[in-house]
Design a protein around this ligand. Structure first.
Ligand SMILES: NC(=O)c1ccc[n+]([C@@H]2O[C@H](COP(=O)([O-])OP(=O)(O)OC[C@H]3O[C@@H](n4cnc5c(N)ncnc54)[C@H](OP(=O)(O)O)[C@@H]3O)[C@@H](O)[C@H]2O)c1
Length: 303
């Protein structure tokens, strides 16, 4: 297959592109970050430029499009809601319209944050209630994709992993601070179910191979507070977990509202794939194995 990966310089996109290149021809789209030494074809451009989406699809002629590009920084979305709406809602709408017209398959990446997190244990039939600008624009993006391309796959994800800059994921943040001996806060009242980006990438490709369509929660089978995640990671890496202070998200001073209980059910996904979805402990084990194998350095050498 010819696989176009947007956001190939991002945390998810680079891991998807590297996973996909094992069996497919990959074209990765980047924007501000230059990816000079990637082991796949790289194109550069801004998805917001008039006519760019149409030209990109014409020139690359993909069979599958995996749309990982987004304005994924919650605080940046609060500061510029119009830009967030353009990137997180209007780009997916345009992409879905044009992909459907050309006969390719689209996998759109959304977020667990579409829920307000008051209850938790959400399935795909539960009603979202976004709290932040980011979450609103991502939910609108899901709806725009569903309307324009009912055959598309829409995935609500949460993830951690190694990125090109070494600074994109919560796991890297814990690792960077703790290995420098710096104290950090870990929220005890924010629950999530992140998948390792590499596991998530494999699942997304499997979903396309199986020709699934519709909305899926693509999250880990385990859900834990962010504090516990930091402690588990510290212990795996032999770092001092006492540097992580248990804290409430209310103490964080963050501008964008955070949903406290983002535990999502992945039953629909595991039934569709006919297998278990990895848990967080498996993800942390593999995150450590990748570290031992020099994967973070290999990523940085691609810049
Ligand atoms: N990280 C998480 O924990 C998390 C959780 C839930 C959902 N998600 C979702 O997962 C997806 C991937 O997130 P991520 O963490 O990988 O994000 P990320 O690391 O911030 O990467 C975002 C990517 O989007 C690209 N991009 C942004 N604006 C663009 C534009 N105008 N034109 C072209 N490319 C543009 C960036 O390109 P440059 O860097 O080259 O500018 C970058 O490659 C997103 O849909 C996000 O909403 C992420």
């Amino acid at each position: 297959m010819r696989v176009l990966v947007t956001g190939a310089s991002g945390l998810l996109g680079i891991n998807v592109a590297l996973e996909a290149r094992q069996d497919h021809t990959v074209i990765g789209l980047v924007n501000t970050l230059s990816l000079r030494k990637a082991p796949f074809e790289v194109l550069s451009g801004d998805l917001l430029t008039e006519g760019f989406v149409e030209r990109l699809l014409d020139e690359t002629q993909p069979d599958w499009v995996i749309h990982c590009a987004a304005l994924a920084n919650l605080e940046a979305c609060e500061s510029d809601p119009a830009l967030a709406a353009q990137i997180n809602t209007e780009v997916p709408r345009k992409l879905a319209r044009n992909v459907a017209r050309g006969g390719a398959r689209l996998l759109h990446v959304s977020t667990d944050t579409v829920f307000d997190g008051r209850r938790g244990d959400y399935s795909e039939t539960d009603q979202p209630n976004p709290l932040s600008v980011y979450a609103h624009t991502k939910l609108d993006g899901e709806r725009a994709v569903m309307e324009a391309d009912p055959d598309a796959i829409i995935t609500r994800v949460n993830l951690f992993g190694w990125s090109l800059t070494g600074k994109r994921s919560l796991a890297e943040w814990f690792y960077n601070n703790l290995s420098a001996g710096k104290p950090v806060m870990g929220f005890t009242d924010v629950f999530f179910c992140p998948l390792l980006a590499n596991h998530l990438a494999q699942i997304l490709l499997e979903m396309l191979s199986l020709e699934l369509s519709g909305l899926f929660h693509v999250v880990s089978s385990e859900c834990i507070p962010k504090y516990d995640f930091g402690v588990a990671l510290a212990r795996k890496f032999g770092l001092d977990d006492r540097l992580i202070s248990p804290a409430s998200v209310a103490q964080s001073g963050l501008k964008a509202a955070r949903s406290p209980n983002l535990t999502l059910r992945n039953t629909k996904l595991s039934q569709a794939l006919n297998r278990d979805i990895p848990g967080i402990s498996t993800g942390i084990e593999q995150f450590y194995t990748l570290y031992q194998q020099g994967f973070p350095q290999k990523l940085q050498e691609m810049l």
